[in-house]
Write a protein that binds this ligand. Sequence first.
Ligand code: NAD
Length: 256
Amino acid sequence: MTIRIGVAGIAGRMGRLLAEEAIAARAVLAGGIDRPGAEPPAGVPLLPDMAALAGVSDVVVDFTHASTVAGHAAALAASGKAWVLGTTGLSAADEAAVAAAAARIAVVQAPNFSPGVNLVLALAERMAAALPGETYDAEIVEMHHRQKVDAPSGTAIGLGRAVARGRGVDLDTVKASGRDGHTGARKPGEIGFAALRGGQVVGEHTLLFASATEHIAITHRAFDRRAFATGAIRAALWAVARPPGLYSMMDVLGMT
Ligand code: NAD
């Protein structure tokens, strides 16, 4: 069976690469949606909305903007089609809408679809379990291009969640993001975040564990967005045959 892939945000940086990678994977590029006036890649049908795109697709790959998530979740849940969600910067309400959709359709959601980052996420959890928060301060530093609108990056938050999981704590209770001014001393067990923005950096993440006697750092650098696009199309082909549920890229890679 040839799988029909729809792309939400088809005129964007990721959307254009997703269109190329869908064709390279021998899927049918069913069409795309974007904001009014946006120019899709030549020859790709532009559909009026998510319901119409879902109607012609077996799976929709969505890299748009957080403001679209609740609407896309409702439209895709009603359509019964699978959803690969790469958009970042989601609010708690957006996450709840994704979870509600996942009760009815297969959803693969990942802050980062590159296989290398998912390996780093798995390592982060194991390192955090072995390096207790009272002794090893966990800090996450990320850098991205100047156009990025959310901070810390979805991947940085994913790394923080992995560390928190490894330590059996809730990230929201130990997160220290964007320190500025008289912050007081670092609290034991904090997971710190710092975000740099500049130039055209595709994505750099370093997770550092710092104790009084040693530092351990693990760094991932993405040189080309295509790493995310190939991973997301791989997730799309995987998602089509899955029962409803909320899946991660680690599920797709068989790492869970
Ligand atoms: P971009 O701005 O180049 O592209 C986004 C596209 O979505 C644009 O063409 C825009 O017009 C379109 N769009 C915005 N609102 C829309 C709406 N209401 N309906 C339809 N289309 C709409 O951005 P990008 O670099 O391609 O990134 C898009 C998203 O994907 C961001 O949230 C980014 O952080 C995320 N991202 C995730 C990963 C990952 O691996 N999960 C990787 C890269 C980027």
